[in-house]
Design a protein around this ligand. Structure first.
Ligand SMILES: Cc1ncc(COP(=O)(O)O)c(C=O)c1O
Length: 465
């Protein structure tokens, strides 16, 4: 029995039982799911509908990914046509949509790039690590360059290597040990500086720490540095403007590849097509996913600069080719949908819209939320925002986790889905927002109003405690 947008309690109850009896869900405690679930059956624009008829403003665009918004039925048409024409053939052969998508991405980067297709952001970063290592074997045969420098509290994916690259203890702890090829440095989380410094008198010491670390490890053992330009999962950490150029200069000085994770930042989210474009740097490797197809189908990619690509050229006997394969890499149906998704983004100027609507949302949030003493910081770029909650603004002590969770629950109970940062005891006190780039002004107003009420209720709880 299929569910529609109409409330259907019986069908909903059947699905819930069927699911609880048979399915494992990510991150959620199943005991809690037995008490309360969402069964999403419809979606349009920035709104999703539960089978019980409740609608929610989805201020997280799913998992930071439905950039063009829900309900674009023309993408279903594109998928159907491609499926009828040619549903699949492995990407060891060429296909039309993947070639077109590669050209589109190269154009968005201003030329000079080639794209390797995979299925998820995790795989895009994994492929990036492998490309960096293989490149180092080709280009520095006398060295043993295999390490990746990454930042504490970063999130780069869910596979073992991407977890090892990431720096979120609560996400990675259960799977330890890791093999040790990912070396961590302090992140530019300025509101809660890991070095106890203040910008600008810090001199961007966190970027300088990358060089110290490379020297300590031995530059001949390091292949690359991975950064998410604006760190999302840790509570939207916007780095100082000099940070990424400094990281790039260090990479150039030691012949390391700059690997940029644009899985969330990319495709308009931050007000430009890619997050690194705010900072004038030029990545050697770029991982993209999510917004590339606005989650209408799974597809992701590792985009490499031509000097990296050229390292993989040679005679067949030299075996310099990219030594990896994914069954679904370059899937023609997903690629065709991604091509149209990006066209829509360009036609509707969604990156520009993210910049202007993000500024509107930021101003509204600041005006409404700073009146609550638990609002510590409001930050972000475009439609990627974070509201850090504290016990009081002076001490910056993190608001108790249960109260932060209470804000998320309050919003949901009032029809708005917001997210919460990861990062354990140090960083999980930020409410994060990443709505579809088509969110309207009146939806922004609703979001601000509900957050205002949620913080007022939290302040009242604190006062009563
Ligand atoms: C910055 C970043 N990189 C990589 C990933 C992994 O992407 P996926 O979940 O598609 O594997 C995520 C997922 O949220 C992410 O936020």
């Amino acid at each position: 029995m299929s569910l529609t947008n109409q409330p259907d309690p019986e069908a909903r109850a059947r699905v819930v039982k069927q699911d609880l009896d048979n399915v494992i869900h990510p991150l959620l405690q199943h005991r809690a799911l037995e008490q309360k679930q969402m069964v999403v059956t419809g979606a349009q624009g920035s709104t999703i509908v539960d089978a019980d008829g409740t609608t929610y403003l989805d201020a997280m665009a799913g998992l930071w990914c439905v950039n063009i918004g829900y309900g674009r039925t023309e993408l279903a048409q594109v998928a159907a046509e491609q499926m009828q024409q040619m549903a699949y053939y492995p990407h060891t052969a060429m296909n039309l949509p993947a070639a077109e998508l590669g050209e589109q991405i190269n154009g968005l980067m201003g030329g000079g790039y080639h794209t390797y297709f995979v299925n998820s952001g995790s795989e895009a970063n994994e492929a990036g690590f492998k490309i960096a290592r293989q490149y180092a074997k080709h280009e520095f045969p006398g060295d043993f360059r295999f390490k990746t420098i990454s930042r504490y509290y970063a999130y780069h994916g869910t596979t073992l290597a991407t977890l090892a690259a990431g720096g979120m203890g609560d996400r990675k702890g259960k799977f330890e040990p890791y093999a040790g090829e990912f070396v961590h440095v302090p992140a530019p989380t300025c509101y809660r500086c890991p070095l106890g410094l203040e910008y600008p008198s810090c001199g961007v010491a966190c970027a300088k720490a990358i060089e110290t670390t490379i020297l300590g490890e031995g530059p001949q053992s390091v292949a690359e540095v991975i950064v998410e330009p604006i760190m999302s999962g840790v509570g939207v950490a916007v780095p100082p403007d000099e940070y990424l150029p400094m990281v790039e200069a260090i990479c150039r000085k030691y012949d390391l590849l700059l690997h940029v994770d644009e899985v969330i930042n990319g495709f308009g989210r931050t007000g430009k097509m890619f997050g690194h474009q705010h900072y004038g740097v030029s990545p050697d490797i770029m991982a993209v996913a999510k917004g590339i197809v606005s989650a209408y189908l799974p597809i992701a990619a590792t985009v490499v600069k031509n000097h990296v690509f050229e390292s993989f050229l040679g005679e067949v006997s030299e075996a310099r080719q990219v030594m990896q394969v994914n069954t679904y890499g370059g899937h023609p149906v997903a690629a065709a949908v991604a091509v149209r998704n990006i066209e829509i983004m360009l036609e509707e100027k969604l990156p520009e819209r993210a910049a202007s609507m993000g500024a509107y949302l930021m101003d509204g949030l600041k005006a409404a939320l700073f009146k609550h003493h638990i609002t510590g910081d409001i930050r972000g770029k475009g439609l990627l925002l974070g509201i850090e909650l504290v016990t009081d603004r002076e001490s910056r002590v993190q608001l108790d986790g249960a109260l932060v969770g209470g804000v998320v629950d309050f919003c949901r109970a009032h029809g708005v889905i917001v997210g919460r940062s990861g990062g354990g005891a140090r960083h999980s006190n930020t409410i994060v927002l990443s709505p579809p780039l088509v969110i309207t002004r009146s939806e922004c107003d609703t979001l601000i109003e509900v957050l205002d009420q949620a913080l007022a209720a939290t302040v009242a709880k604190l006062a009563g405690a």
